[in-house]
Design a binder for this molecule. Sequence first.
Ligand code: ADP
Length: 181
Amino acid sequence: MKQQIRETTLEMIQGDITKAEVDVIVNAANSELIGGGGVDGAIRRAGGDEIEQACAEIRRREGGCPTGEAVITPGGNLHANYVIHTVGPVWQGGSSGEAELLASCYKESLRLAVDNNIQSIAFPSISTGIYGYPTEKAAVVALTAVKEFVIQDTIAPIVIQFVLFDEATHTCYLDALLTVF
Ligand code: ADP
């Protein structure tokens, strides 16, 4: 399903984000930038050593990446030229600033993409796996953040994809699209 926001096309796709044919794919990383499971493991396996080394360098230089922020590395063996690693909040019941931190992940990733002149970007469903954020809630936060960024900013990527791994997550994002737009 597609949704136009100004010059930007927002696309909802069910599939494997490591195969996305975009300039940058976003990784749901941890704050240590050390390889984990889920989408992080899949991206690192597909991208290989170059991603690993770039993450190690950021770790040495900056100590990692705080929750709600984002860093960029090369894409290694991926089709994408870059990976943006952003750290989602762990769900703690919803009153610990989770929604603000999750929105910040999407906006900071888009900001980094624009700063690097990136035209197309693919997001997974950040925080809704191991970090336990309820998917229906996360989908509304995610799409609201993207909508606000595109409406408020003078420059935004031309293509913004959400690549959702499983059918249940894909369905949640399609429902959220109807709510948010
Ligand atoms: P988090 O720790 O932020 O919760 P996870 O990687 O555990 O991150 O899960 C985030 C989402 O990514 C989940 O919906 C999971 O199903 C999904 N996911 C896992 N592998 C892939 C993949 N290859 N492509 C796209 N999404 C994936």
